[in-house]
Design a protein around this ligand. Structure first.
Ligand code: UD1
Ligand code: CA
Length: 485
């Protein structure tokens, strides 16, 4: 379907008073993106001739979100209603014949529903076609008043409903398709007849209908798609639905998700077949998971690339990192930006890494910090090893070769190099390079003093003698008091 005769117009100038926020409504997030971005993206596949976003509150920030997506912006200042917003657009619009108009706060609408709306409008040769929805609780929405099975006579806003109209459960989504040569003259006749003294785009519907123009309403197949975000509760509900859709898409692609409602996944995340996600996991940003990998409970992954057959044990935090095939990490591992664990590598509990490359099959099993470090293949890093990469002014690198054994509780003061197949003795403070195949020891020599312990105990016993006897006499007198009672 070509839509070269169609302009997409997004009304996103409002403040969103009901959110009680310093942030403009359309910049709030749901489903991992700002509301306005969700809508621009849903419209993208329509390939309209232009996408115009009406901005007002925090215009610059809104523009910085939509312009990279190929939209242009028009400033509406002040914001005198949705009808006024359309008048502002009129001056800048190219030669489109039709307009698809959407509010900036109904982000769940999907491309398929928009395509169906445009098709109904074209096929019905209508002046206006409204995307409507039949809902259980219509409160807060404008209602669709029909004059026949197919034709609409008006949209009545909540504040202007008569008692009978209040029970109408078909609502206005504020998503419409207009034939512009029919809309402009109708809009010119609309008056600000409401307590906010605003020009309502919805009032143009009654004008068109009374002139005998065709006004249709197309009922959305899934009423959740038209949910607007006026309150924080609306935002939470819309976010919940986006997350559910994302999880369902991954499950359809062969991913197992345990207790799905506890798992939060951002829109750009991908995962391969037979990957297993336990309860309480968050997969964020552009995280990618391969096949047959598992992410266990409480783990959070952001912008990370995970290969096949990787095991992420409970409570790991992984940011901007890369885990190759067959890697195991955690439980309780923190992989900071720039960590790269090569295939078969293992990171155990209470390990923190940052800008660190861990070689193939290398092990960092417990209680370690590796920063600005390179670890060669098959190297073993003992418990409690720390790279001192920061001297208070600058960061320095630590390079550890392959097949190295670093004894427990070693401190590697960077810059420093440990050659291939070298050993570092447990408890060392290494300040100089260790050549390959050598043993590096950097610690005080141990001295044993025979008989020292019993001598010490005797000394202590003599020193405490007088106090002990006074305690005994106290006990004795307490016992006597008891007996007397
Ligand atoms: C609107 C509809 C209502 C519909 C509901 C669906 C009107 C008058 N009412 O009500 O029938 O059921 O959406 O969610 O349209 N905006 C501007 N400039 C303005 C005013 C608003 O750009 O001067 C934008 C807002 O930023 C928002 C959109 O238009 O994105 C809709 O405005 P909003 O105040 O949310 O309208 P509702 O009261 O929800
Ligand atoms: Ca709204």
């Amino acid at each position: 379907m070509s839509n070269q005769d169609l302009a997409v117009i997004l009304l996103a100038a409002g403040k969103g008073t009901r959110l009680k926020s310093s942030l403009a409504k359309v910049l709030h997030r749901a489903g991992g993106r700002t509301l306005v971005e969700q809508i621009v993206r849903a419209c993208e596949p329509l390939k309209a001739r232009e996408t115009v976003v009406v901005v007002g509150h925090q215009a610059e920030q809104v523009a910085s979100v939509v312009e990279p997506l190929g939209a242009t912006t028009v400033l509406q200042q002040p914001q005198n209603g949705t009808g006024h917003a359309m008048q502002v657009v009129k001056r800048t619009l190219g030669r489109a014949k039709f307009a698809l108009v959407l509010p900036g706060d109904a982000p769940l609408v999907r491309t398929e529903a928009l395509k169906a709306l445009i098709a109904a409008h074209r096929n019905g040769l209508a002046a206006a076609t409204i995307l409507s929805a039949v809902v259980a609780d219509p409160s807060g929405y404008g209602r669709i008043v029909r004059k026949s099975e197919t034709a609409v006579s008006a949209i009545v806003e909540e504040s202007q409903l008569t008692d009978e109209q209040r029970d109408i459960n078909e609502i206005n989504s504020a998503i419409y398709c207009f034939t512009l040569e029919k809309l402009w003259p109708a809009l010119a006749e609309v008056k600000p007849n409401n307590k906010h003294r605003e020009l309502y785009l919805t009032d143009a519907i009654a004008v068109m209908s009374s002139k005998g123009e065709t006004v249709l309403a197309q009922v959305a197949a899934d009423p959740r798609e038209v949910l607007g975000c006026n309150t924080r509760a609306d935002l939470a509900e819309v976010d919940r639905i986006f997350r559910e859709w994302k999880r369902n898409a991954l499950m359809d692609a062969g991913v197992t998700i345990q207790l799905p409602e506890t798992v939060l996944i951002d829109p750009d995340v991908t995962a391969g077949e037979d990957t297993f996600i336990e309860a309480g996991v968050q997969l964020l940003g552009k995280t990618k998971l391969g096949v047959r990998s598992s992410v266990r409970t409480g783990s959070v992954l952001l912008d990370s690339v995970v290969g096949d057959d990787v095991k992420i044990e409970p409570h790991c935090v992984v940011v901007e990192s890369r885990l190759e095939d067959g890697v195991t990490i955690g439980p309780f591992a923190r992989l900071r930006a720039g960590t790269h664990v090569k295939s078969g590598g293992r990171i155990g509990n209470f390990v923190e890494t940052k800008m660190a490359v861990i070689g193939e099959g290398a092990k960092v099993p417990h209680l370690t910090y590796l920063g600005d470090a390179k670890v060669g293949a098959k190297t073993n890093i003992g418990a409690g090893t720390i790279t001192c990469n920061y001297d208070g002014f600058e960061k320095h690198p630590t390079t550890i070769g392959k097949g190295v054994f670093i004894g427990s509780d070693s401190v590697l003061v960077a810059p420093v190099r440990i050659g291939d197949h070298a050993y570092v003795a447990a408890g060392s403070t290494i300040t100089e390079n260790v050549p390959e195949d050598s043993l590096g020891i950097g610690r005080g020599r141990q001295v044993n003093k025979p008989g020292w312990a019993s001598r010490r105990r005797r000394e202590l016993a003599t020193a405490q003698q007088p106090r002990k006897s006074s305690r005994r006499s106290n006990k004795k007198s307490r016992r006597e008091t008891k007996k007397r009672r």
